[in-house]
Design a protein around this ligand. Structure first.
Ligand code: SF4
Length: 364
C-alpha cells in the first residue's frame, strides 16, 4: 500500500486549512519529524499520545520538548469533531451526530455485539451515488472527509468505551458516502487505525462497502490487504439495478461482477454482497433465483438487509416470511446467506436518517 507524506496545508471544501493530527499515518509522522529536524522516534511518541494515551491536546504530550509541542500546534489542527447529538438504543447501539469545522454534520454508529464493539464510519458528507432507498444521498454530495475526520469518529467511540475498559474491535465503512469515491483518504484511514503502534484494529476486522466503483475494486484487489470487501448489489440484473442504483449506469452490473471475480481470484478472499430487500421491488422468489444463478460458483456470501423506511421514498418493507423465503431459495442453491440483525431501530440508526432530520430542523 502506498503511504501519504506530510503536506503543510490543504483545501477542505472552500477553506485552506492546517492538516488534522489524525490525518497522518505513522510514516507520515516520520517524514514530518525528518522535515523538522527531529529524531524519527518522535513520530512514535506522537502516535502513542494520539492513539494509545488518547491525548486531546498537544499540551498533554509531556515527554515531548516544549519547542516541538509549539511546532505541532503551529502545523496541525486538533479538534475535528463536535458532538451535536448522541442517541443510545435499548440494545446498546449508540448513534452520534458530529458537527465538522465547516458546519456540516456526519453520523457515526457504535454497535455492541457478542463478539465485540464495532463502529460504522462515514467517509463523505452526503453522497452522490443516489441509491433510491437511502437517506444519505438526498442532499447530494457536499464534500469528501479527510482521513483524520474518519479516524476521529473511531476515537470518539473509543473514548466512550474507555470508561468501561472496552475497545473498538471492528470497523465497518458503511456509513454515509461512497468510500471508493474517497479512496485515498479511506486507505489512509485504514493504515492509521490498523497500525499496531496505535489503535491496532486488525485488517480482518475491517469491512469496506462499495456501491461498485469498478476501477477502484481492481485497485483495491491489487492492494492485497486482508480488509473485507462488501459490494452493494441490491438487484440480480442490470435493468433492476439501474432503477435502484443510478451508479449502475456508470458501472454496469456485468462489469461489477467481473471486477468482483478479479478480486476473488487475485486475493483468494470472499466477497460479501449486500442486498437490501425492498417490498415488491427486488424481493420476489424469481429475484432470489436469478441472484443465486449469477453468484453460482463464486467465493461469496449474501447479506440480506430488510430496507429501512425512508419517509422521502415510496418503499415498503418486505414481510418477514418473504425475507425467510428469499434466504431459503439462496440456501437451497448453496449460496451462503445471512439476514442482517437490525440494531438501534428505536434511534433511527439507518444510514443518513439522523443527519436528514438535523438538516431539516436547521432549515426551519
Ligand atoms: S447506500 Fe451508500 S452509496 Fe448508496 S446513496 Fe447511500 S451512502 Fe451513497
Amino acid at each position: 500500500m502506498e503511504r501519504i507524506s506530510y503536506t503543510s496545508s490543504k483545501k477542505i471544501g472552500c477553506e485552506t486549512m492546517k492538516p488534522f493530527v489524525y490525518d497522518l499515518t505513522l510514516d507520515g509522522w516520520k517524514s514530518w519529524a525528518k522535515e523538522q529536524g527531529e529524531p524519527a522516534f518522535r513520530a512514535g511518541q506522537i502516535f502513542d499520545w494520539l492513539y494509545v494515551k488518547r491525548a486531546s491536546s498537544f499540551e498533554e504530550m509531556s515527554n515531548l520538548p516544549k519547542p516541538l509541542r509549539t511546532k505541532l500546534e503551529e502545523h496541525f489542527g486538533f479538534v475535528t469533531l463536535d458532538e451535536i447529538t448522541r442517541m443510545a438504543s435499548k440494545d446498546g447501539t449508540v448513534k452520534f451526530l458530529f458537527g465538522l469545522h465547516d458546519g456540516h454534520a456526519i453520523e457515526t454508529v457504535l454497535m455492541r455485539h457478542d463478539y465485540g464493539n464495532s463502529v460504522c464510519v462515514t467517509t463523505q458528507v452526503g453522497c452522490r451515488i443516489g441509491c433510491t432507498f437511502c437517506a444519505s444521498t438526498l442532499g447530494g454530495l457536499k464534500r469528501n472527509l479527510e482521513p483524520g475526520e474518519i479516524v476521529a469518529q473511531v476515537l470518539e467511540a473509543q473514548r466512550l468505551l474507555d470508561s468501561t475498559g472496552e475497545r473498538v474491535s471492528s470497523i465497518v465503512v458503511m456509513g454515509s458516502g461512497e468510500p471508493f469515491e474517497n479512496y485515498e483518504a479511506t486507505m489512509d484511514f485504514f493504515r492509521i487505525i490498523n497500525d499496531d503502534h496505535g489503535l491496532n484494529i486488525g485488517q480482518r476486522h475491517i469491512t469496506v462497502s462499495t456501491s461498485g466503483i469498478v476501477p477502484n475494486i481492481y485497485r483495491f484487489a491489487d492492494e492485497m490487504t486482508q480488509i473485507n470487501l462488501a459490494i452493494s448489489i441490491h438487484a440480480p440484473n442490470d435493468k433492476l439495478r439501474s432503477k435502484l442504483m443510478p451508479v449502475n449506469r456508470r458501472f454496469p452490473f456485468e462489469d461489477v461482477m467481473k471486477a468482483c471475480r478479479y478480486y476473488i481470484e487475485k486475493t483468494g478472499r470472499r466477497i460479501t454482497f449486500e442486498y437490501a430487500l425492498i417490498g415488491g421491488v427486488n424481493d420476489q422468489p424469481e429475484h432470489a433465483e436469478e441472484l443465486a444463478d449469477v453468484l453460482q460458483g463464486m467465493l461469496c456470501h449474501v447479506n440480506l438487509i430488510p430496507v429501512n423506511y425512508v419517509p422521502e421514498r415510496d418503499y415498503v418493507r418486505t414481510p418477514r416470511e418473504d425475507i425467510f423465503e428469499f434466504k431459503r431459495i439462496l440456501d437451497r442453491k448453496k449460496i451462503n446467506t445471512t439476514i442482517r440483525r437490525e440494531q438501534g431501530h428505536d434511534i433511527a440508526a439507518a444510514c443518513g436518517q439522523l443527519r436528514a432530520k438535523h438538516m431539516e430542523s436547521s432549515k426551519r
